[in-house]
Ligand binder design. Sequence first.
Ligand code: ZN
Length: 312
Amino acid sequence: MYIGIDVGGTNLKAGLVDEAGTIVAVERTPLNFQGPEAFAKSLAELAEAVMAQGGVAKEDVKNVGAGIPGAVLDGEILYTTNIPMEHVPLADLFRRYLDLPLLLGNDADCAAVGEYFCGAGRGTKNFIIVTLGTGIGGGLILNKKLYTGMGSGGEVGHLVTHPGGDLCNCGRSGCWERYASATGLIHLTKAAMAEHPESALHTVAAENGAVEGRTAFQAAEMGDETALAVCRRYVEELALGVIDLVNILQPEAVALGGGVAAAPDRLLLEPLQDLVARECFAHRGGKLTRIVRAELGNDAGIIGAAMLGRAI
Ligand SMILES: [Zn+2]
């Protein structure tokens, strides 16, 4: 058995996970950050709670893994994006409260590990997950192992696809995530709506109460030309980064995660696969990278954190 803990913005969610990657028990607790020591203690208590719920003893658990939004290295938190922690030896602190190894992973890396063992990346040797949300996250499995460089590698969202373009919060301009994240799609959608007051995009946005990542796909499904053009443009933005990744790493599969990835195949995965097939230099060798949808949804973080020990 393994325990995986997803450290979210407002909650800690732990799962007891078996060898096959099935979550057999879940426990949650609100994240109430009161310093690294108390944080380590709350992780240990949550791990104990999920063991109790699943009816297993500490001796049956190989390790606890935690997915952290930020950068980690060898059991140390280098920094996190949502909790004020820098250079915290969390695995050591954790052991004061529960005598099990605590492994740390970046949250996107945990999603990659989860999908690699139990989802869209099963059976591959090289695999990339690209998560489309507020920004773009990425996780790389290379030669069956999680690749993180010196701890913070795999930040695919900050590939530059538009030199001199929009300012990114990383300090550079024209990063891929400014254009191809859900946020980028919403910008494209709003710009098209301003130009086309007759478009069904307005109706769909009014029904949903806001312009969202799915708005353009929903209106495109109704046959709206403006929405179809937004979807095509968005796929082109997405392809700019995906093609770079495939040219460099040529994995067997690239999985798209996040809410946007739920779009109909014919509007997202199929045209993206076509562009990748046509434009990737790496494909001249004849091997085609498959573009697929991530399969595990929100469970990927817990399963991947639990399985970290098998990937690092
Ligand atoms: Zn950036």
